[in-house]
Ligand binder design. Structure first.
Ligand code: SF4
Ligand code: ZN
Length: 307
């Protein structure tokens, strides 16, 4: 079967939509999807919070998702008078992160974009590798790592004076998080998920242009576009709690193509009925925005490391 538009040889068959596309039609469709999502998210933020977008930060890991997001952002900005800055977090994971940060740095050089790197060592005085030895987590290493990454990115984004922060989360990541929050009955967290529609004091809103594009398509796009990215997993990736949800979703998607998109659409419907999330309050210890008046999870968990 040829491409549905031009009958050329196909590079992809999308089970969730039934489309078969050749390389150039795939590029067009992929870029249209990501650009539309980015434009919509930025416009909502401008409308709801009455802000001007002058500088945009992008979280860069050097992996395929954030590398593709960077190219999408670069072409969105085009001739607009908006500055882009790359923000990377170095967790201090031996034999992994430095290789991927080299890729992020190369890509930024190529596109003439400034890149700032912030490490867990700077944040709490210790690398993730050493932290896991000194304070072994009860569950997966991804729990402390996630808390530290959110914190690092928000601090970097605030210090860099960006108006919003782009992240490369793909459809699979996003649908897994929606499902995880549902499974835990954590509707409050579901409503607080990015993409953020409002600016909250001290918290830089996060936008996700790739959230409707499956991971496999992002991989295909980056390969066909010959992008340079780091194609390796963190050594702790196998321990992440979300792997169970990844497996369940893959099975669901096989039996019922389109499940991931339905989860995204369902979440949007829930959020449409919520006018504005509760304001975040500053943590009484560190002042960073937090969901309660108690010390934030960072202060509770990492105070002993000089936080
Ligand atoms: Fe951190 Fe887990 Fe991601 Fe590794 S897989 S970088 S430990 S969150
Ligand atoms: Zn705190």
């Amino acid at each position: 079967m040829g491409c549905k538009n031009c009958k050329k040889n196909p590079v992809i068959s999308r089970r969730y939509s039934g489309e078969v596309l050749c390389k150039s039609c795939f590029f067009k469709s992929f870029e249209r999807n990501a650009q539309k999502e980015l434009r919509r998210q930025i416009n909502l933020l401008i409308k709801n919070s009455d802000i001007k977008i002058k500088k945009i930060g992008i979280g860069l890991s050097g992996g395929k998702d954030s590398t593709v997001a960077l190219h999408i952002l670069k072409s969105y900005v085009g001739k607009r008078n908006i500055q882009i800055i790359g923000l990377s977090v170095d967790e201090g994971i031996p034999n992994y992160r430095s290789k991927s940060l080299d890729c992020a740095s190369l890509e930024c050089d190529k596109l003439d974009i400034e890149l700032k790197i912030f490490s867990y060592k700077e944040l709490i005085g210790i690398t993730l590798g050493d932290l896991l030895i000194e304070k072994p987590p009860q569950g997966s290493p991804c729990s402390p790592c996630g808390i530290l990454r959110r914190r690092s990115l928000n601090q970097m984004a605030n210090r860099s004076n960006v108006d919003c922060l782009i992240l490369g989360h793909n459809l699979d990541d996003f649908a897994q998080t929606v499902l995880m929050n549902h499974a835990r009955g954590d509707i409050a967290r579901l409503t607080r998920m990015a993409p953020h529609k409002f600016v909250q004091k001290g918290f830089i809103p996060r936008l996700l242009p790739l959230r409707r594009l499956p991971e496999q398509e992002i991989y295909l796009y980056s390969i066909l576009k010959e992008m340079k990215f780091h194609d390796g997993d963190c050594p702790h990736a196998g321990e992440a709690q979300r792997n169970t949800f990844r497996y369940i979703l893959m099975e669901l998607e096989k039996k019922q193509p389109g499940t991931r998109h339905s989860l995204v659409n369902g979440m949007e419907k829930i959020r449409e009925n919520i006018s504005k999330p509760d304001d975040l309050t500053p943590c009484p210890k560190c002042g960073e925005p937090s969901g309660s008046s108690e010390p934030c999870v960072f202060c509770r968990e990492f105070a002993s490391f000089g936080a």
